[in-house]
Design a protein around this ligand. Structure first.
Ligand code: SAM
Length: 215
């Protein structure tokens, strides 16, 4: 029998098709990840609302449509090496792992990283988690085919742009502390990058050496 969560998940994913999410692999990956297992018990009933929801440390699990849009914009797939900045609940990392990517993820809050690691392990997703300042990247595993930043930066973090493989893509919200434009930055050569504005979004701030000061 199909569970209520399953039904809600299928109809949410269907709604993405009419909103420009056309990459079947991304849709399938999102259809396979149980978002209700990445939120607190009190939030489970709301897991398939298309909205960001609160998690610990005054952070959020991103809106599902945003996860779909960013994942599609990253243009990665089976075997791609991807770095995520802002593990949060671990949901975005699970979607990337379900897509077949080799996933590295950094979170600045220890409590979130520990919980996400536990959830991902329990569900069988292979994701390499680390606590630290993601604005400076994870040089040991560079270069990456894709880097996805799930918090809003004042500028494109230079360290991340330099950890892209040639042809690799960095998807990052850039702008004010509470409102940003999503950019896709492509490394076109050893010292060359191009950038595209993908539209307005709202994220919690990216706090760190190449992000905002604070907290
Ligand atoms: N991707 C997450 C998910 O699927 O649940 C949602 C991430 S939430 C919108 C943004 C996260 O970025 C927060 O957990 C926040 O603590 C984290 N963050 C902010 N600045 C950071 C930094 N410099 N390094 C690593 N994580 C950071």
């Amino acid at each position: 029998m199909i569970s209520p969560y399953e039904q809600q998940r299928q109809s949410l994913i269907q709604s993405f098709r009419s909103r420009g999410i056309t990459d079947e692999a991304v849709l399938q990956a999102m259809a396979s990840v149980n978002r209700e297992l990445f939120v607190s018990p009190a939030m489970k009933q709301r897991a398939y609302e298309d909205s960001a929801l609160p998690i610990d440390a005054r952070q959020t699990i991103s809106q599902p449509y945003t996860v779909a849009f960013m994942t599609q914009s990253l243009r990665v797939g089976r075997g791609s090496k991807v770095l995520e900045i802002g593990t949060g609940s671990g949901y975005q990392a699970a979607v990337l792992a379900a897509l077949g990517c080799e996933v590295y993820t950094i979170e600045r809050h220890d409590v979130l990283s520990r919980r996400a690691r536990h959830t991902l392990e329990q569900l069988g997703y292979i994701v390499h988690c680390r606590v630290g300042d993601g604005t400076i990247g994870w040089t040991e595993h560079a270069p990456y085919d894709g880097i996805i930043v799930t918090a809003g930066a004042p500028d494109v973090p230079e360290a991340l742009a330099k950890q892209l493989a040639i042809g690799g893509r960095l998807v990052v919200p850039v702008g004010e502390r509470d409102e940003q434009s999503l950019y896709r930055v492509t490394r076109t050569g050893p010292e060359d990058w191009s950038a595209e504005d993908l539209g307005p979004f709202r994220f919690v701030p990216l706090i760190g050496r190449q992000g905002w000061q604070g907290e």
